[in-house]
Design a protein. Structure first.
Length: 94
């Protein structure tokens, strides 16, 4: 999940500042490079599934998993994939 750095709820319009995802979205990557290799696909899938597992453990579902909502950032010699989305993409199961 994308980390929230700052919430400016009193600002007009309200503002949310998140961590910087320097590699853009999976959608951007697919548009630029086409199909990704098996190892990169495995890493992305693993990271996304961990994020979904966390959401489900908190009784939330995402409702809008798509390449544009999977953001990528540099991490050591590779990258990390994280799930993003707007508030209405998340549904509480409580």
């Amino acid at each position: 999940m994308i980390q929230v750095q700052c919430l400016g709820a009193m600002l007009q319009p309200p503002m949310l500042v998140t961590e910087f995802m320097d590699l853009g979205s999976l959608h951007d990557l697919l548009q630029k490079e086409g199909a990704v290799d098996l190892y990169k696909a495995w890493d992305i899938s693993h990271d996304v599934l961990l994020g979904l597992q966390f959401l489900h453990s908190m009784n939330y579902i995402h409702r809008d998993i798509k390449p544009a909502n999977i953001l990528l950032c540099s991490h050591g010699f590779g990258f990390k994939a994280k799930i993003a989305g707007k508030n209405y993409h998340f549904l509480s199961l409580w």
